[in-house]
Design a protein around this ligand. Sequence first.
Ligand code: PGA
Length: 244
Amino acid sequence: MRVEVHPAEHWADVVAAELAATLGRPGGARVCLATGSTPAPVYRRVPAALAALGLDAGASIVVLLDEYVGLPPDDPARCDAQLRSQLIERLHPPPAFVPIPVDDLPPAAAAAALDRVAAAGLDLAIVGLGLNGHVGMNEPGSAPSAPTRVVEIAPITSRVAVERYGATAAPTAGVTLGIDRLLGAAELWLVVSGAAKADMLRAVLEQPPDSARPASFLRRHPRLRVIADEPAARLLADRSPTRA
Ligand code: PGA
């Protein structure tokens, strides 16, 4: 595991530059992306970051990490809508986008479809850290072997969907990529920003891995990168800018 800490004002630029380099790789990359308030400022910076590198994302494939079940397609909290508006529709040419087909298939079949895409290989997965230690919609109680599946959403996650993302109804279920597939990605980045995540980030990184904090299982990945801003990292025992 490598922990990288950046000043809050540079954090999104740093992550955007690295994501742009991956999306612009010759031949493209297969990248699984989270949504939410953490990566939103990163995605907004990717078009400029690609331009600065003289690259485009047209050969890449972006796979959605998770999705609510039961929200209408035009609900503002939908993860596919967020990723389309924050990233995909702002890239020219756009990468291929693979949402989770929750409108067209029963939830279990939508999960199976997502799993097939991930099983074909992921060059990179970028995930955020839930306030309750979840990763994707792998809520507390999830095992390190948790597969891609239909999940019940924790009450706090459902509240966040309504209060922060404007969901028109409180979602109670979702489809998420499993922790098993995240651990199988060639590269895995846990991106964390803001003081509100500091307690959970410390627990995830410094306490024994535990299903109470599913994100702690990401430490099993041989090349996990934790990319945090200074407010999120402020409680870590070692806050030097980069440590292995
Ligand atoms: P946030 O969510 O980035 O909106 O804080 C992270 C998560 O719940 O995974």
